[in-house]
Design a protein around this ligand. Structure first.
Ligand SMILES: NC(=O)C1=CN([C@@H]2O[C@H](COP(=O)(O)OP(=O)(O)OC[C@H]3O[C@@H](n4cnc5c(N)ncnc54)[C@H](OP(=O)(O)O)[C@@H]3O)[C@@H](O)[C@H]2O)C=CC1
Ligand SMILES: O=C(O)[C@@H]1CCC=N1
Length: 269
């Protein structure tokens, strides 16, 4: 890939996680990163020499080829108004990781056609394990491969239709929080059964990783793997059925749908 400057406008939780991913994925060896936020003192533990930290969004855009918008949804319009004069159709590729804002809405805010990619990574991007769902506007199709190459360095990618971006936000991005709660609850159970918290968490994390790897490394289905664990009249089926009597699968599905519906409300507010 030809040397490029990547500006992340809004180096908060996700913006910094993306930056860390670019660093650990080796993308800063040949490329430059520019990080912005208003309170630049809050950007900690950034020492890679190929990095500039600034609160000047417009200068960042002038100096960048790829611009990643990573501010909160309500902050986007002001940021776009600020940087619009520095955006050039033939120079810039815009990537937005912002929830509930379509490529069409971004195009309208900017006022002219240019490549816009919506990417929905998750915070595991910091450790190179994101799933990043990607969609684009018409002009963005020519940049899709290049953007996918970047996100492939920090996990896996899936190109999707933009109308699935809301579902991707819930399953992929919010998914990190949902799995964390599952791991935490397992840890709490482990503590009640006798492990100290540190050991209980280690076991919960490795069991979670193991379950994911079983599916990741084969064509298997979760129920096939469950059948291999559940000895007749054994402890696993007893525990699993108790969880289902208490609505485990139903609670998860309802939670996903509630998150999805919340995005619709964010769109209207
Ligand atoms: N967190 C996550 O896991 C995910 C988040 N997203 C989306 O990513 C976006 C960011 O989320 P998240 O990182 O959690 O939010 P944060 O609030 O942590 O980050 C937003 C950052 O934007 C900065 N910011 C605000 N206004 C400006 C401005 N005018 N110029 C430059 N920087 C500015 C803020 O810093 P300061 O106030 O100092 O300027 C802040 O650091 C959201 O749209 C969210 O929907 C998507 C997927 C996952
Ligand atoms: O909670 C949120 O709204 C954002 C989007 C997905 C993860 N964090």
């Amino acid at each position: 890939m030809q040397k490029q400057s990547i500006a992340i406008l809004g180096a908060g939780n996700l913006g910094l996680a993306i930056y860390k991913g670019l660093e650990t994925g080796g993308l800063l060896e040949n490329n430059q990163a520019i990080l912005t936020r208003r309170d630049t003192n809050a950007i900690k533990n950034v020492s890679h020499p190929a990095t500039t930290i600034t609160s000047d969004n417009r200068k960042a855009v002038e100096d960048a080829d790829i611009i990643i918008f990573a501010v909160q949804p309500k902050q986007l319009k002001d940021v776009i108004d600020e940087v619009k004069p520095a955006i050039h159709q033939d120079k810039h590729t815009l990537i937005s990781v912002i929830t509930a804002v379509s490529t069409e809405e971004i195009e309208e805010m900017i006022g002219f056609d240019l490549p816009i990619i919506r990417a929905m990574p998750n915070t595991a991007i910091a450790v190179g394990q994101s799933m990043t769902c990607i969609a684009c506007n018409k002009a963005g199709k020519s940049k899709l491969d290049a953007v996918q190459t970047i996100f492939n360095c920090v996990g896996k990618t899936m190109v999707i239709e933009e109308n699935l971006m809301q579902a991707a936000t819930v399953v992929c991005a919010s998914g990190i929080a949902f799995w964390m709660r599952f791991i935490r609850a397992t840890t709490q159970g482990g503590v009640q059964l006798g492990f100290d918290a540190e050991d209980a968490q280690k076991i919960a994390v490795q069991a979670c990783l193991g379950a994911a790897s079983l599916l990741n490394n084969s064509e298997s289905h979760p129920e096939q793997e469950i059948d291999k664990v559940t000895t007749p009249q054994g402890c696993t089926i007893a525990g699993l059925n108790e969880m289902e009597h208490n609505g485990l699968s139903s609670a998860l599905i309802k939670g996903l749908v509630t998150s999805y519906d919340r995005i619709n409300k964010m769109k209207k507010s």
